[in-house]
Design a protein around this ligand. Sequence first.
Ligand code: SAH
Length: 214
Amino acid sequence: MINFKNSIGRVTEQVLIAKGITDKNTLDALRKIPREKFVEESLKELSYSDAPLPIGYNQTISSTYTVALMTQSLCLNKSHKILEIGTGSGYQAAILSMLCMSVFTIERIRNLSLKARDIAGKLNVHNITFIIGDGTIGFKEYAPYDRILVTACSPDVPEALFAQLSEGGIMVMPLENGGSQNIFVIEKKNGKMCSNSIAPANFVRLIGKDGFKS
Ligand code: SAH
């Protein structure tokens, strides 16, 4: 069963609200999903501090604020089908799963994907499909997606991902430009990209055919 105790932790919840996380559904999802289950035992105490944490294989789980900001920016509803690139620990996918109909999440590192799937199963979260592969080419079998979230940083918006976004859909992703990263909210309007930068970021690299090469 999902643990319904207040998993955000009081200080962090206040910090999140002060930093502009006002969407009630996002805050509810953060409360429901126990973040400590997605990190190693030794990092449990730190799991509710608002910091990115290592998850092995040189990858990190984003800070709670970053997860909250990206989730809120997707403007989700229960009918949405979402594609996430960069499963990592599976924490962000679990948060999304509370707020939509289904999540498809792609991870290039097999062991991370398997571990994330295991944790989701233990939390009784069953609307996530875990895919192992290169997320820069998306997953056209289930396209189009109402929302796409990329949780690794890329030099450009991968073409295949934008093609797999529904008309009127929203994509949230960090982009790197001149050595600095920013999170962008990208809308598809009449087939065109309308993008807005919302916050600086610090993500690991999106590595693949249409991302960084290493
Ligand atoms: N959303 C995650 C954190 C992501 S860290 C969480 O909640 O924990 C970024 C992840 O993107 C890493 O696990 C990395 O292996 C993965 N990644 C990088 N390039 C990728 C690609 N081309 N396809 C799929 N996953 C990728």
